[in-house]
Ligand binder design. Structure first.
Ligand SMILES: [Cu+2]
Length: 489
């Protein structure tokens, strides 16, 4: 039997079926997963695989099967039977070889999100198809000047992406600072925090989203951190931690707060800010990562994800059984940080400075205007398009000259925000809503707010080949909001 969704339950409640609805809703994975403080677990990290002598060779087996989620046995998708998959730790100049084994009953492939590597052949090629029961050998070569940061891997086969990531297929990649800079940030410890969301029914199986949830971009009713539900972290007063936070959610925007402690942002997505910046809140779009210094100050702080209003799917009255609700996520407690014990010996202060590349004022080879739109499609369904076209793998939408800088203005005519992601080449955001940004930021996922626009500059420095740009609300990408870029010599 299909368990009744909470919204559906509310509707049934309105029809006088409250007792039935409540009875069913009581039996979800979330309520079974013990939310009492005694049941809370310490945060555990995914296993880490580190390169040696410039090489990391990994076998990733994608399969459906038993896996621990929120401290119980569920049935989901995972790499190597763990959710998240192993963390891959690299240095600039390294070679990463991944043997992807597809034990799923659907096609898949692998994308290394944010890595600046070749998109051709068995590199970061989103056009590869790995059939069920077969394997594919990926070979990624990081340039010696690859920026440090947190990146991640996940499937990217068009039409399958949202289901496979929501189901549990993701893992972190960390590119450390080059040897010469290692140790430049004194810390007590480092933590990898992979945030994801999922919906499971009472039996612990994945709950597929409704048609309307796909249009909005599905948000799971469980928000996980390293596959756990609201775990605890401990630190001594004065300790300084480096947190690498990934938003691996399929569509959920995360407004992350940790009130009471001191937060300094080292970078978002790729590379580092010119210098650490004090922050109170970080907005992480789906796919974004934060490199954050946390200095323990106060006794206890919840790590919160506050609601973010992504807008509405308009003109969809009569579609599906659900009311026309907007896409504002609920507030959730991701974890709790307990600061206890004796005061730690103070660490040397952070003096790190980095020179950031600035593409403003540089010669631009081409200016492009891209338009993200939602509308009624041919068959009466909703269409998600870029420049009026849905994704077609054999059509090239943007041809770019390698070795040049381009200036892209991306306009969103729809009533929902869309986070735009370009593979391989990071974007420097220079304008938002037509106004220049004082301190331009480097991102590989950029928010294009509802009925607004952003302007970015992109350095197509070295790699050639075909790749993609798309909305990182992965249901929208699967529904067609993706284009093909071809960078040629
Ligand atoms: Cu979108």
């Amino acid at each position: 039997m299909q368990p009744i969704s909470r919204r559906r339950a509310l509707q049934l409640g309105g029809l006088g079926l409250t007792s039935i609805a409540v009875g069913t809703v009581g039996l979800t994975w979330r309520t079974l997963s013990g939310n009492t403080p005694a049941a809370r677990q310490e945060l555990a990290e995914p296993s880490t695989l580190t390169s040696t002598e410039g090489l990391l060779t990994v076998r990733l087996e994608a399969a459906e099967g038993p896996v621990r989620i929120a401290d119980r046995q569920a049935t989901a998708l995972s790499y190597n039977a763990s959710l998240p998959g192993p963390t891959l730790r690299l240095r600039p100049g390294d070679r990463l070889r991944v043997q992807l084994v597809n034990r799923l009953d659907t096609v898949t492939n692998l994308h290394v999100h944010g890595l600046h590597v070749s998109p051709e052949r068995n590199g970061d090629n989103p056009f590869v198809t790995v059939e069920p029961g077969s394997t594919f050998d990926y070979d990624y070569r990081l340039p010696p000047d690859h920026p440090p940061g947190m990146f991640w891997y996940h499937p990217h086969h068009h039409g399958m992406v949202a289901d496979q990531i929501f189901g549990g297929l993701y893992g972190a990649i960390i590119v450390d600072e080059p040897e010469s800079e290692f140790g430049s940030i004194p810390i007590t410890r480092e933590r990898v925090l992979v945030i994801s969301d999922i919906s499971l029914n009472a039996a612990g199986n994945i709950q597929p989203p409704s048609a309307m949830a796909r249009l909005r971009g599905r948000e799971g009713d469980l928000v996980l951190i390293n596959g756990q539900s609201a775990p605890t972290l401990e630190a001594k007063p004065g300790e300084r931690e480096r947190w690498r936070i990934l938003n691996a959610c399929t569509a959920r925007y995360l407004r992350v707060r940790l009130d009471g402690q001191r937060l300094r942002l080292l970078g978002i997505d790729t590379g580092r800010l010119a210098e650490p910046r004090d922050v109170e809140e970080i907005l992480l779009l789906p796919g974004n990562r934060a490199d954050l210094l946390v200095t323990a100050v106060q006794e206890t702080s919840p790590l919160l994800a506050l609601p973010y209003a992504r807008g509405q799917v308009m003109g969809m009255g009569g579609m599906g059984n659900e009311p026309q609700a907007d896409s504002t996520s609920e507030s959730s407690t991701l974890a709790t940080l307990h600061v206890t014990g004796d005061k730690a010996t103070p660490l040397p202060s952070v003096t790190t400075r980095t020179r950031q590349l600035d593409l403003r004022g540089k010669p631009v080879a081409a200016r492009r205007e891209l338009t993200l739109a939602m509308g009624m499609g041919m068959g009466g369904g909703m269409s998600f398009a870029i420049d009026g076209k849905e994704f077609a793998p054999d059509r090239v939408d943007q041809t770019v000259q390698a070795g040049t800088i381009e200036h892209w203005t991306i306009t969103n005519t729809s009533p929902m925000d869309h986070p735009i992601h370009l593979h391989v080449w990071p974007m420097q955001v220079i304008e938002a809503g037509g106004k220049p940004i004082e301190q331009p930021t480097w991102r590989d996922v950029v928010n294009v707010p509802a009925r607004s626009n952003v302007t970015v500059r992109i350095l197509f420095d070295d790699f050639t080949g075909r790749s993609v740009y798309h909305c990182h609300i992965l249901d929208h990408e699967d529904l067609g909001m993706m284009g093909v870029i071809d960078v040629r010599k």
